[in-house]
Design a protein around this ligand. Structure first.
Ligand SMILES: Nc1ncnc2c1ncn2[C@@H]1O[C@H](COP(=O)(O)OP(=O)(O)O)[C@@H](O)[C@H]1O
Ligand SMILES: [Mg+2]
Length: 162
């Protein structure tokens, strides 16, 4: 499902991820532990195509995240750190927007959004703008957008935060 080979990230002279290799099999749940600043979020950003590595490769279901970025990203649901969402959108309009970005329309879009909303229990805040939600509910919105397309690979940065 995930294959990382010799992944390295440098910011100026500072090596943040140093020659990291590992793989994750289908059905496996991998917890990624380390102290603050260890490079966990940076590794996830490289895995999801959000940051380019200095060297090394990452593959998602065989698709190289740098060569076949969109094909790889279609397989991924990603909850980034802090769960950045558009604060002035309502929960419903944001999730509709994400479902459209993921290529769904009409009845299927409605069903997928409704399913994600039910899974993380967002029914009571659907018409609220995201910036007015508590932190935990913002994180739930971030989780809902990560699962709306039922991805094969789910990458969650600090999923229990909030
Ligand atoms: N865009 C950036 N520019 C410079 N340094 C960065 C940048 N992003 C992260 N870092 C540094 O990389 C290191 C690892 O950060 P991060 O991956 O967020 O750690 P973790 O998620 O394990 O707490 C930290 O020292 C951080 O300051
Ligand atoms: Mg982090």
């Amino acid at each position: 499902m995930i294959e990382i080979s010799k992944l390295t990230k440098r910011f100026a002279q500072h090596t943040v991820v140093d020659d990291l290799s590992f793989s994750v099999e289908r059905g496996e749940v991998l917890g990624f532990l380390g102290p603050n600043g260890a490079g966990k979020s940076t590794t996830m950003k490289m895995l999801t195509g959000f940051l380019a590595p200095t060297s090394g490769t990452a593959r998602i279901l065989g698709f190289d995240i740098q060569q076949d970025t969109l094909k790889a990203q279609r397989q991924i649901g990603y909850l980034p750190e802090g769960a950045p969402c558009y604060g002035d959108m309502t929960v419903r309009s944001f999730l509709d927007f994400i479902a459209e970005v993921r290529g769904f329309k009409g009845a299927e879009k409605r069903q997928r959004v409704a399913r994600a909303v039910a899974q993380v229990e967002l029914e009571n805040v659907l018409e609220q703008s995201i910036e007015t939600l508590s932190k935990g509910f913002k994180r739930r919105v971030g989780l809902a957008q990560a699962i709306v397309h039922d991805p094969k690979v789910l990458i969650l940065d600090e999923p229990t935060d909030g």
